[in-house]
Design a protein around this ligand. Structure first.
Ligand SMILES: [Zn+2]
Length: 240
């Protein structure tokens, strides 16, 4: 049996760490191949004003920080494109699609992971990313272009009870619990890898703290599977 390949596709450096990082770590530790494709260098973040950096300089810093993430998570491969951070909604989606499709054809993953339809933060680049990848998954040429691609997993959080709406969940878009198909329970080591991956983004330390992302994730990572339904949810990205 060939090694399982998972490709994570996100618009920005750090998207992989604000949630999926411990799952990536679990997969690479198990000997699976895990690839990350990031479409921008993330240079447009407001954090750049704190360090007095141009968009370009900030992008270079974040790309450097990503190299540390790659090591922490043991990524098999990482590719960072240079689309305009915050500009994906203004682009021709066919152009974005072509770049992603070429990359996917080269890797031929079994599983692709990106954001759920709401993009968690609602960032427009996240929404564009979801739309582009869902279109590729539904392409009549899919089985010819990426013959191993069987599953599209969509990162999300479940809609909490009202009492949990405050704090870390206040600005997070969520999925109705009945849409959740996979819940990955993190062990202690994986939870500490989440922290380690996030803190590779040294220029983002105050964002990590103010968003409460570590508390929000806690010990679980949630996914929807496009066009599949599991009740109860499965416990691994590759489970059926
Ligand atoms: Zn993002």
């Amino acid at each position: 049996m060939s090694t399982l390949k998972t490709l994570y596709i996100f618009p920005h450096p750090d998207d992989e760490s604000f949630g999926p990082a411990p799952v990536i770590y679990r997969q690479t530790k198990r000997g699976e191949e895990v690839y990350l494709l990031t479409l921008t260098k993330g240079g447009a973040t407001k954090q750049r004003f704190k360090y007095n950096l141009s968009v370009e300089e900030m992008g270079a810093v974040r790309v450097q920080e990503m190299q540390d993430v790659k090591k922490v998570l043991g990524l098999t491969g990482m590719t960072i494109l240079d689309l305009e951070d915050g500009g994906m909604a203004q682009m021709n989606p066919l152009e974005i699609e072509k770049m992603v499709s070429d990359h996917m054809a080269a890797i031929n993953p079994d599983i692709v992971v990106t954001y759920a339809i709401h993009g968690i933060s609602g960032h427009h680049d996240h929404l564009v990313m979801h739309a582009v990848i869902k279109r590729l998954f539904c392409d009549p040429q899919k089985d010819k272009l990426y013959p191993n691609w069987k599953r599209l997993a969509l990162l999300t959080f479940p809609t909490p009870e009202n009492s949990e709406r405050d704090g870390a969940m206040a600005h997070v878009r969520t999925s109705h619990p009945k849409l959740i198909d996979c819940i990955i329970e993190l062990n202690q080591e994986e939870q500490s890898k989440l922290r380690e991956a996030l803190y590779c983004y040294k220029t983002f330390t105050d964002v990590i703290e103010s968003t409460g992302v570590i508390e929000r994730i806690g010990s679980r990572v949630y996914f929807e599977f496009f066009n599949e339904s599991f009740h109860p949810p499965v416990s691994e990205l590759h489970s059926y």
